[in-house]
Write a protein that binds this ligand. Structure first.
Ligand code: HAM
Length: 430
């Protein structure tokens, strides 16, 4: 055993799983690009106030889970626990024209109790769309998330939606909730019995059975929406219908951050355990830019956990075709010149290719080719090198063992034909 291990709650993502990780990011990048979102890359740490002010002092993330530290200059910083605050901080700092459509891929750090699907460093892909209150923007985000999951081969999920109201109707709802909770204080879980007054909405989000029971009879958020919020929410729901996305309204979906206004949503996998089944979630945060000192700017977005996507994909048998295996393996018995030329030729044509090093024997190189999972072996010895030919051997599938010697110029064309028969597209990882 090595002396050092990855810290508790973190893990190394290595091949072949990392090929699926990369494919998930690639598919998200493509969907985001197709919808007009541009990549934003911002620092992994921020002034701790950025997160305190946005997520809220009473959120679990800020209260218990943030990785905070002082740097050598005495600045109080925190590793980002989520992506939204940094993106909105960047928006306020740079003031790009609106609507501003940003997507990101980022690690996120939360000091949580580690378990399957819950890590202290997880990774998210997400989008933020700033500058419009239009419910069509909410629908665009939700549609993007659902479309991305389908693109990953994940189809068994449920979409929950809710509206949190706004500064007009939310205070009234909170007051009603406070009255209700005062009468039921003793029935709350231990933590919320002590803390519920500081942010009563957190009780709606609490996973403990005691709070769940109290919640069942609590006044409903949906009944408290003002007309503009109700119309906004109805428009979101109609948009989802128009997209053909099934949804379920969940009054208790207040989510874990204080910044949400109006729409909230979550896509939960039906193939994973309930405790860790949220694949992605988000919502509207119309006051957030102002909270960070910017102009009043509505916004909406979501984050989606890559680890959860990989778990759901595995549970649904999806992404199994993404192996990271190369298409071809060059076996060189000519002293190295053949491998150099052929791998370059194949790679330039979009056929992934690997090779052995250290001038090993034919047997050792064949073994390496097998281990690589390559479908084709391209063998070049001194005779082939002199004659300008290469021997191509099929390593896997029904034609395994079939072998032909061809002109080196024909390698790319013939290689593609043989790979097409095998059903694996040239390039390996889609
Ligand atoms: P969130 O729901 O806290 O939202 O996280 C988004 C997703 O990240 C979750 O649905 C889940 O898949 C994944 N995730 C969260 N925590 C962990 C963990 N400890 N281990 C593994 N996966 C995890 C946000 O972060 C908001 N910023 C989303 C948003 C964007 N709202 C508006 N814009």
């Amino acid at each position: 055993m090595s002396t050092f291990q990855a810290p508790t709650g973190t893990r190394d993502v290595v091949a072949p799983e990392s090929a699926r990780f990369a494919a998930v990011v690639g598919r998200f990048a493509e969907r985001a690009r197709l919808a007009g979102f541009g990549l934003v890359v911002s620092p992994m740490f921020e002034d701790v106030a950025v997160f305190r002010r946005t997520a809220g002092e009473e959120s679990d993330v800020v209260k218990d889970e943030m990785y905070e530290f002082d740097d050598k200059g005495g600045r109080r910083l925190a590793l980002r626990p989520e992506g939204t605050a940094s993106v909105v901080r960047a928006f306020v700092q740079h003031r790009p024209p609106v609507p501003w459509k940003a997507w990101y891929v980022t690690p996120a750090f939360r000091y949580e109790r580690p378990q399957a699907g819950r890590y202290r460093q997880h990774h998210q892909v997400g989008v933020e769309l700033l500058g419009t209150p239009d419910p069509a923007a909410d629908v665009e985000c939700i549609g993007l998330l659902a479309g991305f999951l389908h693109a990953c081969g994940i189809h068994r999920f449920e979409l929950k939606v809710n509206s949190m109201g706004d500064a007009n109707c939310m205070p009234g709802y909170k007051a009603t909730l406070v009255d209700y909770l005062s009468a039921h204080e003793g029935e709350l879980c231990e933590e919320h019995r002590a803390r519920w007054r500081r942010n009563p909405l957190r009780v709606l989000d609490c996973k403990k059975p005691a709070c769940a029971t109290v919640r069942e009879r609590a006044p409903r958020l949906s009944g408290a929406l003002c007309d503009p919020c109700r119309h906004h929410f109805d428009a979101v729901l109609s948009g989802l219908d128009a997209l053909g996305l099934a949804w379920r309204q969940d009054d208790t979906l207040v989510r874990g951050f204080d910044y949400y206004t109006r729409t909230t949503f979550e896509l939960g996998s039906l193939a994973l355990d309930a405790a860790q089944n949220a694949l992605g979630g988000g919502g509207r945060y119309d006051g957030l830019a102002e909270q960070l000192g910017g102009p009043a700017t509505p916004g909406v977005g979501f984050g989606c956990g890559i680890e959860r996507v990989l778990l759901a994909a595995a549970a649904e048998g999806a992404l199994s075709e993404v192996t990271g295996r190369v298409d071809a393996f060059v076996i060189d018995l000519s002293g190295g010149a053949g491998a150099l030329e052929l791998t370059s030729r194949l790679r330039a044509a979009g056929i992934s290719a690997d090779r052995a090093f250290d001038g090993r024997s034919l047997k050792a190189q064949l073994k390496a080719a097998d281990r690589s999972g390559a479908r084709l072996a391209c063998i070049v010895g001194p005779d082939e090198l002199a004659a300008g030919t290469v021997t191509v051997r099929v390593l896997t599938g029904q034609q395994a063992g079939q072998q032909e010697t061809i002109d080196r110029e024909a390698l790319v064309g013939r290689g593609k034909e043989l790979l097409a028969v095998a059903g694996r597209p040239a390039g390996g990882t889609p």
